[in-house]
Design a protein around this ligand. Structure first.
Ligand SMILES: Nc1ncnc2c1ncn2[C@@H]1O[C@H](COP(=O)(O)OP(=O)(O)OP(=O)(O)O)[C@@H](O)[C@H]1O
Ligand SMILES: [Mg+2]
Length: 242
């Protein structure tokens, strides 16, 4: 894969990030000084027990939520110093987010949900439609383009959420348990798609999962433990995948 000068700069950088939530009179610290650098071309898995702060970390990186202390940079831009509007634009243009709860819009059809990121970026209707159809085919839902999300099973909704997150080919893909509702075979196909598009597009994917087996295909494996990230190489590194 050709590398450009911008590759040396991390796509995402966390510097001593803490995140606390106030609960009644007490304060709960979820992240306690987390540092991390993610680069384009990396397929990264994030493990950790329930409640350890995985979704919190994704929300911070996407700018949906803000850190209590520390800095988070995406493509060199400090999220904490950006106005809300710029964070929204950055998220729309540069990030694809597969939410743990899917967050599909119930009043839009499956195809309209997948077209939405492209339409928000001002792409033509023809382009948005062609891309949405292509991705829906790839997640096995070509025949359901005109259905509404509430007519779909949990796993089908999850696959729509995957297609939507990939629609604008973002350099950064954040996925919160993207295969949590899928059987092994369908989950494997979704992972193939995520990994394939990440590697083809020289993007970076950070994928939360409870399945340790996913570490086999990752370049890096991060585990959230007591508010900090512990890292080890993934199986793909050992096989020499770039
Ligand atoms: N808005 C909030 N207010 C208060 N506490 C919160 C808030 N959001 C998250 N938390 C707390 O932060 C901790 C981490 O939550 P988070 O959702 O990041 O966990 P997780 O690792 O994604 O867990 P799971 O695997 O169950 O999805 C939890 O103890 C949760 O109760
Ligand atoms: Mg979570």
């Amino acid at each position: 894969m050709p590398s450009s000068p911008s590759d040396s700069r991390p796509l995402v950088e966390l510097r001593a990030v803490t995140k606390s939530y106030a609960e009644g009179d007490s304060v709960r610290e979820v992240l306690s000084g987390t540092s991390l650098a993610l680069h384009r071309g990396e397929f990264v898995v994030l493990l950790g027990r329930s409640g350890s702060g995985k979704s919190t970390l994704l929300n911070l990186i996407s700018g949906i939520d803000q850190a209590t202390h520390g800095e988070i940079l995406v493509e060199g831009r400090d999220l904490g110093r950006m106005p809300e509007r710029d964070r929204t634009l950055l998220r729309r243009e540069r990030i694809g987010f597969i939410f743990q709860a899917f967050n599909l819009l119930p009043t839009l059809t499956v195809e309209e949900n997948v077209r939405l990121p492209l339409e928000l970026l001002g792409r033509s209707s023809a382009e948005a439609s062609a891309r949405a159809r292509e991705l829906l085919e790839r997640v096995g839902l070509g025949a359901r383009a005109n259905s509404f999300p509430d007519r779909l099973s949990g796993g089908e909704q999850q696959r729509v959420a995957v297609a939507r997150a990939l629609a604008h080919a973002p350099p950064l893909l954040l996925a919160d348990e993207p295969t949590g509702n899928l059987d092994e075979e369908t989950g494997g196909q979704v992972l193939d798609l995520l990994e394939g598009l990440t590697r083809q597009g020289h993007a970076c994917a950070l994928i939360v999962t409870h399945e340790p087996a996913m570490a086999e295909r990752a370049d890096r494996v991060l585990t959230m433990e007591n508010g900090r990230l512990v890292e080890r190489p993934g199986g793909a590194r050992g096989r020499g995948t770039p």
